[in-house]
Ligand binder design. Structure first.
Ligand code: F0G
Length: 459
């Protein structure tokens, strides 16, 4: 079992109060004297540990976004674009449909390259500079590669990205390409790409910046810090639950670390820790299986499939950190179908929040857990949306309204709008029976405005 207990012991290897700790065997290492991603002795996952942990009052000083939290990070500033400071949207129609006390959506797609990965890279690429490497690498379902390409470019470092051929959304490849990463398309899935890039890193050919790298998770911790601060400011209390899409389980591990550190510093009590709740696509759900069956590790799923390609992952490497996080906080994990994901993506779009499919798994998961009675009606919930709509333009176009060709003539256009197949009134009338079916998919009580948007998107 992983040892995730934070203690007061500071080992002799600590450098400026920072060290690496193996969660399997307890071995400790200096943070920057050598390049390592896992434990030298047992290959267990490493965690960054600090002698001093901040409370919220310590975050008032210098820096913005991720770096406003430098007191909780290994450096005062990183390679920054800048990142963090993402919106915590109100989504009143989805909130009503889900029937919970409060629902907010933390939209991580609003980071510089359009996903939460930027929070990890601003720290990770800074560490790469510290340990002195000249080539960065990652395996990716797309977003990590886009972020690494941008931060690598910013730092002036060569970047390799290994992608599963044919399974990465167009926007992400375009980003990696324009930021001048070398894009290596592997004939295999993401998990196999990660095997390959770990080999390259072990041979000293590149610095690994997947979430196996413990420093990445330090940056991603700040999602939790932002949510906790803003929720408290708005409601005078912390959220009861955070629901997030899960692939490699890095974010789940990062949020759990955030909460453990806040408890240890005395900033919050155990009872105030939100229930960490993971959502996976049904075709790639080893974490859900492990939670359901009480396993300490996930089984590797060899054949994974979902249109939410960002989370098309069968071997979540951070599971040993994330499974205890879900269990210890009283959370759970839920699988959602691709149809439920698309439905949630449309509902979010209907609130003006544009996300890629994987992101919508959190909202789809909320609906499912409400139907199952796991999430209670008096809960304050935050759903994390992890990537921007434009990451996957093909999925967005498929889920959205079809363009309507019209003549280049104002009167014809007006006639089309008023009488044509897509007129608003017509859409509402014709869509009524379709809507009745769709309504059964959500947990009841959709408002008229939301209905209108749904109908538009289904035309
Ligand atoms: N959502 C999006 C949009 C992602 O890109 C990812 C992971 C996740 C959720 C899952 O996060 O791995 O921390 O559980 N994408 C990685 C990539 C694997 O390569 O971009 P996790």
């Amino acid at each position: 079992m992983a040892d995730l207990q934070l203690t007061d012991d500071v080992p002799s290897e600590a450098d400026d109060g920072i060290w690496l700790f193996c969660i399997d065997c307890g071995e400790t290492f200096a943070p920057f004297d050598d390049i390592r991603y896992t434990c030298d002795d047992c290959d267990g996952l490493l965690e960054v540990r600090y002698a001093d942990l901040p409370t919220f009052e310590d975050f008032d000083g210098e820096g913005s976004g991720v770096w406003r939290y430098h007191a909780a990070l290994p450096f005062d500033v990183g390679v920054t674009l800048p990142e963090g400071n993402t919106p915590l949207h109100e989504v009143p129609r989805i909130e009503e449909a889900a029937g919970v006390e409060n629902l907010r959506v933390k939209h991580e797609g609003m980071n510089p390259t359009g996903s939460f990965k930027d929070r990890g890279m601003t720290v990770g690429v800074r560490v790469a500079q510290e340990v002195g490497v000249d080539r960065l690498a990652c395996a990716s379902t797309g977003n990590t590669s886009a972020a690494l390409a941008a931060y690598g470019a910013r730092a002036g470092l060569e970047t390799l990205v290994l992608l599963p051929a044919g399974k990465v959304a167009a926007g992400k490849i375009a980003q990696a390409a324009l930021h001048q990463a070398r894009i290596l398309e592997v004939d295999g899935n993401f998990d196999q790409c990660l095997d390959r890039v770990q080999d390259l890193a072990a041979r000293g050919e590149a610095y690994l910046l997947n979430s196996l790298n413990p420093f990445r998770l330090e940056g991603q911790k700040t999602i939790g810090l932002e949510i906790m601060e803003e929720h408290y400011e708005d409601y005078g209390e912390y959220p009861d639950r955070i629901i997030l899409p899960v692939g490699n389980a890095g974010n789940t591990a990062a949020l759990y670390k955030c909460f453990r550190e806040l408890v240890k510093s005395g900033a919050i009590t155990e009872a105030q820790v939100p229930k960490l709740t993971g959502a996976q696509a049904a075709g790639a759900a080893p974490m859900v299986e492990a939670i359901r069956e009480g396993l300490d590790e996930t089984n590797r799923w060899e054949n994974v499939e979902t249109r939410a390609t960002a989370i098309r992952i069968g071997n979540p490497v951070n599971a040993p950190k994330a499974l205890p996080g879900i269990r210890e906080t009283g959370g759970t994990a839920v699988a959602v179908s691709d149809e439920e994901i698309t439905e949630a993506q449309r509902a979010l779009a209907g609130e003006g929040v544009g996300v890629e499919p994987a992101s919508a798994a959190s909202v789809a998961g909320l609906h499912k857990l409400r139907e199952e009675g796991v999430v209670e009606d008096d809960e304050s919930v935050v759903c994390l949306t992890t990537g921007h709509l434009l990451k996957d333009p093909d999925a967005a176009a498929e889920a959205g309204a079809a363009p309507e060709p019209v003549p280049n003539d104002t009167d014809d256009i007006l006639a089309h709008i008023d009488g044509g197949a897509s007129s608003v009134g017509g859409a509402i009338r014709r869509g009524a029976s379709k809507a009745a079916k769709s309504l059964a998919l959500v947990a009841g009580g959709l408002g008229a405005a939301y209905l209108y948007r749904k109908l538009r998107s289904e035309e």
